[in-house]
Design a protein around this ligand. Structure first.
Ligand code: COA
Length: 386
């Protein structure tokens, strides 16, 4: 039975910051951010958005008849809003889905959405008539004036996993690899990540090489068998570093094709920033929209989460894949640009770990789902359509 991704939708915040503006404010050459890191814009998060609202925003765009058939919701995140309650519970409520549903939250840095997809595949194998909703939702937050600041971002990718999927089947034979490392982490008392940035990029490449080479050994496939290789993109240069670690000096047609496809993957990621769990899947949506891909093509996907875990797996694009993936040019172009001062203000207004009651101003953020504030230690969510 073919199982895989049936639909893909995306949501981000209504605001973005230009990386040229950030570079000027931080005394850096803009080309360091635009070329050296490879980021052009970054999603800016108002206090009225969190991973619950972003996840609900993305999932609400899925076809209603398919949402009704969802029997499990998996939310993959490393920026959860509660140490106990799964964000999937809030999202289920906001989407008004049936109570006869299993909900759960998964965590392993930026890798967890890939685990979610593989678990979902197993669930659909057992119950082929059902859909599993996998949401990768995150807010990448490194802190003002830190080296990681340019690699922040936010958003959610909502994916339905089903039998006979419309977008991409997930092939068997995924290679996972994990080691207990401290390249990036966030202790329970911290709202910003701690990161050994250079180390994390080295571990990422090592894990990519390890999982990719092992995958080739197991399957007998070679580089020529991939129409595209796509990568978790904490910043778009990272994908280039990983791909070049494979291609080296190669300048033939295969190498040229893979470089072009990576550029297609990078388009939307350059404009949103790091989504942590969702980055690889925003990259897949971007490849489908901007790349040179056709039904039957094999895509290689490298998923990486600090701490650290990597997985290389492959998928085959299905006949009408294009019609089941949201086109993002419109929504991304509709965002409002903010100044560095406005960004810093929103950054500092986040609810974070504040224990007190608070009510946010809802007049500026026109998103459907909003975090209205906190009362008696309970987050208050609003659905504008109700
Ligand atoms: N024009 C063009 N490129 C420039 C430049 C300029 N004026 N100035 C610098 N660069 C290049 C550098 O050569 C470097 O390129 P390279 O990585 O190919 O060698 C790149 O820009 C970054 O410069 P660097 O000085 O290394 O940046 P940094 O010390 O500020 O740190 C990160 C960069 C990515 C390590 C930092 O942003 C970070 O910690 N990010 C979060 C961690 C992360 O995302 N890890 C990924 C794995 S999950």
């Amino acid at each position: 039975m073919k199982i895989g991704i049936d639909e893909m939708r995306f949501a981000t915040t209504p605001y973005y910051l230009s990386m040229t503006d950030l570079a000027h404010a931080r005394g850096e050459d803009p080309n360091k951010y635009l070329i050296g890191i490879g980021q052009e814009k970054q999603a800016v998060v108002p206090p009225t958005q969190d991973i619950v609202t972003l996840g609900a925003q993305a999932a609400a765009k899925l076809p209603a008849d398919k949402l009704k058939r969802v029997r499990t919701i998996i939310v993959a995140t490393e920026s959860g809003v509660d140490n106990s309650k799964a964000s999937a519970m809030y999202i289920k409520h906001l989407l008004k889905l049936d109570d006869n549903i299993r909900v759960i939250e998964l965590k392993e840095a930026c890798y967890a959405a890939t685990a979610g997809l593989q678990f979902a595949k197993g669930m659909v194998t057992l119950e082929p008539q059902t859909y599993v909703l996998v949401i990768a939702a995150d807010i990448a937050r490194y802190g003002l004036n830190t080296p990681g600041e340019v690699t922040q971002g936010a958003g959610a990718v909502a994916m339905l996993v089903a039998a006979n999927p419309h977008v991409m089947t997930i092939e068997p034979g995924a290679v996972s690899y994990s080691q207990d490392l401290m390249d990036f982490w966030r202790p329970l008392y911290a709202t910003e990540a701690m990161v050994d940035g250079k180390y994390s990029t080295n571990v990422y490449i090592d894990f990519f090489q390890h999982t990719y080479q092992r995958y080739l050994q197991q399957t007998g496939l070679s580089l020529e068998d991939f129409t595209a290789l796509i990568f978790h993109l904490p910043f778009t240069k990272m994908g280039k570093k990983a791909l070049e670690s494979l291609l080296g000096d190669r300048d033939d047609q295969v190498a040229k094709r893979l470089r072009d496809q990576l550029k297609a993957e990078q388009v939307d990621c350059r404009s949103v920033g790091n989504l942590y769990t969702g980055s690889l899947y925003l990259g897949l949506m971007s490849l489908i929209q901007h790349g040179s891909v056709a039904a039957g093509d094999r895509i290689g996907l490298f998923s990486y989460g600090s701490g650290a875990e990597g997985e290389f797996y492959t998928g085959i694009l299905q006949p009408d894949f294009h019609d089941h993936v949201e086109q993002l040019d419109g929504p991304l172009n509709a965002r409002q640009q903010v100044t560095v001062a406005e960004y810093e203000d929103m950054f500092n207004q986040q609810l974070g770990m504040k224990p007190e009651d608070i009510e946010f101003d809802l007049t500026k953020d026109h998103s459907r789902f909003l975090l209205a504030g906190q009362r008696d230690h309970q987050r208050q969510y609003v659905d504008r359509d109700n």
